[in-house]
Design a protein around this ligand. Structure first.
Ligand SMILES: O=C(O)Cc1cc(O)ccc1O
Ligand SMILES: [Fe+2]
Length: 441
């Protein structure tokens, strides 16, 4: 156990490393009870409070929970009133006539004249499943121009996976602070209060709102005991509590609806905590990428950072997959992705650079959606280049694309179809792929 003294205002943050291990941290030495979780009186008269990320009776290897020792229990809050956030929708809208073709969006721009924080600036682009059924995911973007300041947010519906694309974020959570920048990701457990403050101006990024089983590291199979995302590269915060006095506004997402309540003090009042349910961040530069060193383009599952399983083994509620900088060395191989139709549905975004299958129209801050059995693959430009490129070792550099891949079709929202910059010419990127077959050859 570490004795940690980070305060909420420190600038260079300290972290604890690992994924899903038993962390233990105290902002004041002696605040963490030893040998038991709920003594008759906890040290410094702090209130013990448990947060469960899994059912009490979940198998031991799936269990996630943490004990917090706090100045006031989180039940101390004012009464909730409805709150309007109509563009953060939940689950798949079954009434939407979902086009059976590839969809793509140009970069989703900040909205002129709209000042919004992380919660108000959230826009659902596409979603599937049902938060109450604890299955499915949403794919969202946030367009934040201001810090949350003295507003805190609790998402009772889902865990959030953040993929910042522009702008650094200071994320204050009940369990401590995370600084996250583009190229890094963060995972915030369901039900944990947090706020997002901006560090260097407006912030844009992607979010996977996961109503299903928590994200975890994938099995490695024949890869062995090391590789892809290594557990030690995930960073959880050390305990930190806010000392400033003053009111907060609590915003809660609960069953797809939003609520607000006043609070007399800060919800970030946890002085010590221990357990294996924690917010974490991960820098994608630490991803140990596996690829083909002989021939052929492997399945993109080799790029899985985290997976949220469904009840069917190997068929994920959602895989979070990245396409990071890497070497391509395959011989006699068409190196970009092949043309394909996938049982699974693919929502993609681009953090920076170019994606090899779409060097032209897929831009950082944009998105694409290739739902189940919708054919897609390299655009004409990528096909022509890769079919005749010399096959010397090639570094794909300065690029970071990602995919939320789900067993359930993503249904775009009305916002995505009518307001967001849908690329109506997307299908044209394949129109020039001619029939060049000649049986006489
Ligand atoms: O369609 C895409 O661009 C994503 C993708 C990448 C890849 O390398 C193989 C399959 C796949 O769906
Ligand atoms: Fe694909």
């Amino acid at each position: 156990m570490s004795s940690d003294t980070a305060s909420a205002s420190s600038s260079a943050l300290r972290y604890q490393s690992g994924f899903g291990n038993e962390y233990a941290t105290e902002a004041v030495a002696g605040a963490l009870p030893q040998g038991r979780n709920s003594p008759q009186r906890a040290p410094f008269d702090l209130y013990p409070e448990l947060i469960s990320g899994t059912a009490f009776t979940a198998p031991r290897h799936e269990q996630r929970r943490s004990w917090m020792y706090r100045r006031q229990p989180s039940v101390v809050a004012g009464r909730y009133q409805p709150y309007a956030q109509p563009l953060w929708t939940t689950g798949g809208d079954r009434d939407m006539a979902l086009p059976p073709e590839p969809l793509r969006w140009n970069p989703i721009a900040f909205e002129p004249g709209v000042e919004a924080d992380f919660v108000d600036g959230m826009r659902t682009l596409a979603a599937n499943g049902d938060a109450d059924a604890q299955s499915g995911v949403g794919s969202l973007v946030y367009l934040a121009t201001r810090s949350m300041g003295r507003r805190a947010f609790v998402n009772a519906d889902a865990e959030l996976l953040l993929v910042p694309q522009q702008g650094r974020l200071r994320i204050t959570t009940e369990l401590g602070l995370l600084d996250v920048k583009p190229g890094e990701i963060a995972v915030l457990p369901r039900g944990l209060a947090f706020k997002v403050d901006l560090v260097d101006g407006p912030a844009r990024g992607y979010v996977c709102e996961n109503y299903g089983a928590q994200f975890r590291l994938p099995e490695l199979g024949p890869i062995g005991s090391n590789g892809l995302a290594n557990a030690r590269d995930f960073l959880a915060p050390v305990a930190a509590y806010e000392q400033e006095e003053g009111a907060y506004e609590l915003i809660k997402k609960f069953g797809g609806r939003f609520w607000r309540a006043p609070a007399k003090g800060t919800p970030f009042n946890v002085v010590a905590w221990h357990g294996n349910l924690a917010p974490v961040k991960y820098d994608t530069v630490n991803f140990m990428t596996i690829g083909s060193i002989s021939f052929d383009h492997p399945d993109p599952s080799i790029f899985t950072v985290l997976t949220s399983p469904s009840d069917t083994p190997g068929t994920a509620n959602c895989d979070f997959v990245i396409f990071p900088p890497r070497w391509l060395v395959m011989e006699d191989t068409f190196r970009p992705p092949w043309y394909h139709r996938n049982l699974m549905s693919e929502f993609m975004g681009l953090v920076y650079g170019e994606y090899d299958a779409k060097p032209g129209g897929f831009k950082p801050g944009g998105a694409s959606l290739h739902n189940a059995m919708v054919p897609h693959g390299p655009d004409e430009e990528a096909f022509e280049k890769a079919s005749s490129a010399p096959l010397a070792p090639q570094k794909l550099d300065n690029t970071l694309a990602f995919m939320f891949e789900s067993r359930y079709r993503f249904i775009p929202t009305a916002y995505a179809m009518n307001t967001a910059p849908l690329d109506h010419g997307y299908a044209d990127c394949w129109a020039g792929l001619k029939d060049k077959f000649s049986a006489a050859a």
